[in-house]
Design a protein around this ligand. Structure first.
Ligand code: PLP
Length: 405
């Protein structure tokens, strides 16, 4: 039987305290105890159903965390105030001074900057490699490597990670595999494929309404408990708590994620095919021309498509800028960073979400200045968008590029 993450979320029934169909939202930072002994016990170890203080746990965050753990077929999860909060707490829980990380060279710019610029201050260094080459991953591993870090579908180059193979290499060297699954919730289930820890920016597809920033860490109960340890847990001590009102709204949106992710994927595939048929250089994991199409087809849970992200290379920074302005005028979507929104969003990662990566490294990995990244929306008729994009591109051909001073 193939794994069905949507059924796992759907089967998660939780009621509010008055039998409400949505769990009641906890509007408290602290919780009363009937006697001091019980409070002492709660400080010593977790007691199921017993809450102390909302930076540690609150019931609404717990409902969302439990639903996300089910989605990823894992034991436990913890929600955080942002995807970066989830990533930084995870890495700081795993690494100490002198340790090393092996990371994919094409990852979200904020994660890259954390590894490259901030972690060395704490004695943790990172080797960035092309994780499509298993030999390159193997060569980068040393006795000090604690973490191999990848994105399931990378931002923005949309390279697909061979999670089972990379997990094997990490484990052979005693390291943990951490997978950022932000681009492919429900499509890929990294823990089932061998990863130890999954992180998400819930800000994106999982929430889907671009109205709040949130993240999560999904793993074994042991690892999630470590994050919450009152004496040494990174989540407990750094404190990126998700507000319970936001957790409640994300939980409601999670219940339509399977429908949205299919529609994002159907629309992205249609758009990718249309633009390819017009001779445009489109990159999309659902196209047979994508170098890891067979790989993702073999790893993906059936029926969820190949995701809502695609890229189009229009050659130069100027052309990318002019195209995006025209597309916004033509109502293709919004010129905005982020992804997973119900409307199409587009941006040029070289000068925005990946600008933390130095230009020479960006160019070496094929992240050109003319690359436009699309997060394809839930349009009822996506062919209108592909016609509009084509019109905008034809217009660019007619109007010459402004000469640079
Ligand atoms: N991971 C990926 C793949 C992302 O694209 C982003 C943000 O764009 C993040 C993590 C960080 O998430 P957040 O903005 O929720 O902190």
């Amino acid at each position: 039987m193939p794994f069905d993450p949507a059924a796992r979320v759907q089967d998660f029934l939780v009621f509010g305290e008055f039998g409400d169909v949505n769990p009641s939202i906890t509007d408290s930072t602290t919780y009363t105890f009937l006697n001091p002994q019980r409070m002492e016990e709660a400080f010593e170890h977790d007691i199921a159903g017993c809450f102390l203080y909302s930076r540690h746990w609150n019931p609404t965050d717990k409902f969302l965390a439990d639903a996300l753990a089910r989605m990823e077929d894992a034991e436990a999860a913890q929600v955080m105030a942002s995807g970066m909060g989830a990533i930084t707490c995870t890495i700081l829980a795993l690494c100490s001074a002198g340790d090393e990380i092996v990371a994919g060279r094409t990852i979200y710019g904020g994660t890259y900057a954390f590894f490259k610029n901030l972690l060395p201050r704490f004695g943790v260094t990172t080797r960035f490699v092309d994780t499509r080459s298993h030999e390159a991953v193997r060569r980068a591993m040393t006795s000090r490597t604690r973490v191999v870090y990848v994105e399931s579908i990378s931002n923005p180059l949309l390279e697909v990670c061979d999670i089972p193979a990379v997990a094997r290499i990490a484990h052979e060297h005693g390291a943990r595999l951490v997978v950022d699954n932000t681009f492919s919730p429900m499509i890929l289930s990294p823990i089932r494929l061998g990863a130890d820890i999954v992180v998400h920016s819930l800000t994106k597809f999982v929430n889907g309404t671009s109205d709040c920033v949130a993240g999560c860490v999904i793993s074994s109960a042991d690892f999630i408990n470590r994050l919450n340890d009152p004496n040494s847990g990174t989540s407990m001590l750094l404190g990126p708590v998700l507000d319970s009102l936001r957790a409640a709204s994300i939980l409601k949106n999670l219940h339509s994620l399977h429908l949205r992710i299919r529609k994002h994927g159907d629309n992205a595939l249609t758009l990718a095919r249309d633009l390819t048929a017009r001779g445009l250089p489109v990159h999309y994991p659902g196209l047979p021309s994508h170098p890891q199409h067979t790989l993702i087809a073999s790893l993906a849970n059936p029926g969820f498509g190949y995701g809502g992200m695609l890229t189009l290379d229009v050659g130069t920074h100027d052309r990318a800028s002019r195209l995006m302005m025209r597309m916004q005028d033509e109502k293709v979507g919004y010129l905005a960073v982020s992804l997973g929104y119900f409307k199409t969003l587009f941006s040029a990662p070289g000068s925005s979400t990946s600008s933390e990566i130095p230009a020479a490294e960006r160019h070496a990995m094929g992240l050109t200045d003319g690359l436009v990244r699309f997060s394809v929306g839930l349009d009822n008729d996506i062919s209108r968008a592909s016609d509009a994009i084509w019109r905008c591109l034809e217009e660019l051909e007619r109007v010459p590029e402004p000469a640079r001073a």
